[in-house]
Structures are given as C-alpha cells and as structure tokens.
Design a protein around this ligand. Sequence first.
Ligand code: NAP
Length: 302
Amino acid sequence: MRVALTGATGFLGRYLVDALLAKGFEVVGVARDPDRVPELRDRIALRRADLLEPRTLVAALEGVDALVSNAALFSLSEGSPAAYTRVNVEGTQNLLAAAREGGLRRLVHVSSVAVYKGLPFFPADERHAQWSERDRPSRFTAYAISKALSEQECWRSCARDGIALTTVRPSAIYGAFDPNFTRVLRRWLAWPIVPAPVLARLPFVYAGDVADAVAECLARPSSIGRAYNVAGEPCSPRALAQAFYAAGGGPKRPLVPVPLPLFRRFESAAAVRDLGFRNRPLVEGFRDLLVRERAAGPSRML
Ligand SMILES: NC(=O)c1ccc[n+]([C@@H]2O[C@H](COP(=O)([O-])OP(=O)(O)OC[C@H]3O[C@@H](n4cnc5c(N)ncnc54)[C@H](OP(=O)(O)O)[C@@H]3O)[C@@H](O)[C@H]2O)c1
C-alpha cells in the first residue's frame, strides 16, 4: 500500500516514516521543504506541498492509497489563535478536499488529547467532552480548540465522502529532534538545581510508540471508525528527571521539591487492546532518543 504522510520532516513525522516503512508500506512524504531532512531522500519519495496551498495537496496525493494526516502547527513558544485556525482547521479542510478529489479511501489523522475540554481528575477516555466551535480561542486554548475542530472536520468529511477514518490522540510526546516538550525538559533538567513539582503527574508518551500505533491503525481494518488515546502513564517530574539522567541525558542535578498541583490522565485501554499499544519505560525512551540524535551528529542535536 502506498501511504502519503504529511509533516514527514517534522518531529513525529520522522518516527512515522520509520514505523510505516517497518510495516512494509511504501511512503510518500509530503513536506513544505523536502530538503529539510536530507537523510529522508534515500528512504522515501518526497513531494512538496503546503496545507495552505490546496493545489499542491491535490498533486501530493496523486496515486496514493492511504493518507496519514500528521502535519499541524504546534509550538509551545509561538502561534497566534489565527495561525492555529488557519493551519490546523483550514489546512485540514484543504487536505480533506484534496483527498476527496483524489478519490482516497483511507485516512489516519493524528489528533491530540488536547481535544478534551475541562479535564477531570479521573482518566479521560475517548468519549470525554471536546472543545467545539462555541469556544472562543485564547492564546492558551487556541491549539487545543484547533485540534478538536480539525478532528471533528475529519469525521464529518470522511463520513460524507466514504473515506475510512481512524484518529489517534497522543498525550505530550517526547523524543529525538523534538522542538517542544523534549527541548523544555532538557533545559529544565540542565539547571544547577532542578525544581521538581511534587504534586504533578504528567503522561509523557514516546514518539516511537505513538508512531507504531498510527502504523498499526493502517494495518488493522478493525480500527476504522475509531478514535484512540495513546497516552503515557502519569509520571512525576522526579521520575522523569531520574530516567533522563539514568539514560545518560546529562549530568545529574539535585532535585528540589516544589508544590505545584498539575495532574493529567488519559485512558489508552482501547489502543492497548486493538493496536497493541505500549508506551515504553521512560529510561528506554530517553536511551532511544539519545541514540537517534547522536547518530545524526552533534550539529543536529537540539
Ligand atoms: N508533540 C506533541 O507533544 C504532540 C502531542 C499530541 C499531538 N501532536 C500532534 O502530532 C502531530 C505532529 O506534531 P509534532 O510534535 O511532530 O510537531 P512538528 O515537529 O512541528 O511537526 C509538525 C509538522 O507539520 C508541518 N507543517 C506545519 N505547518 C504546515 C503547513 N502549513 N503545511 C504543511 N506542513 C506543515 C511541519 O512542517 P516542517 O517540517 O516544514 O516544519 C512539520 O513537519 C501534529 O498533528 C500535532 O498536533 C503532537
């Protein structure tokens, strides 16, 4: 099966390339700048397209059997509400229109647990209430709302056009070449004394495990019509720090407890049951991350 992958040159995109190839799919990477990650050139076909340029998307999807919609705007440091709406909502609409025009029959959309609104203390499963068009995006909610609206658009559009859809909702992802959470984690863990919130539990998931779950969706028709949380078990900042140092991520620093209550938990039982999803232990994830980055050379480390 020939699979188009948007955002192939991004953080999760590079793991998705590996996971799709490992499953035996032929991969067509769709990227704004196909030269951004030169080592992809030898492994997959690359086509240039932008979510905001509809004609480029039609050309990029020509002759493919399935699509993994992974490209989106996500940044912990930048991104206005207008930019999130434009890229994530309107860009996804453009992609869906191109899929329709190309007669595509299968789509796996990378969504996010950010789609859930008003998170409870107990674990949120896939039926939890989502952000909707009635919610006004602010700087803090714009990404979450845009991910909810873009996924909802996928369900509507695919139902209308007869495209078989699965959506995957990862929690915060860490891994190699990650410009977001992993970069912040590294800066935090390199402070001479590291403040470690004692009341916080965060569900980090390794990028390789998210990518495997996405590839598994394509391989298993039983996933059609379903949404899957793929989230890590909530871990304390202390456990995260210890795993990072134990994996060789940097010199060990003293951890100082600070009170900061922050608790997020998502139920991934459906992905475990249907896709064989497993989030590897943190120390394994950090080791794999470091191996990947060191293999690419010091100039490519974040
Ligand atoms: N990171 C997380 O913790 C997390 C958690 C849950 C869900 N997700 C979702 O996972 C997916 C991948 O995110 P990521 O973390 O890998 O972020 P990333 O590294 O920023 O990757 C995003 C990809 O989207 C591409 N892109 C952005 N705007 C585009 C546009 N206008 N046209 C075409 N492509 C565009 C980027 O292209 P360039 O390569 O040219 O920059 C990049 O390849 C997203 O759907 C995100 O919402 C991420």
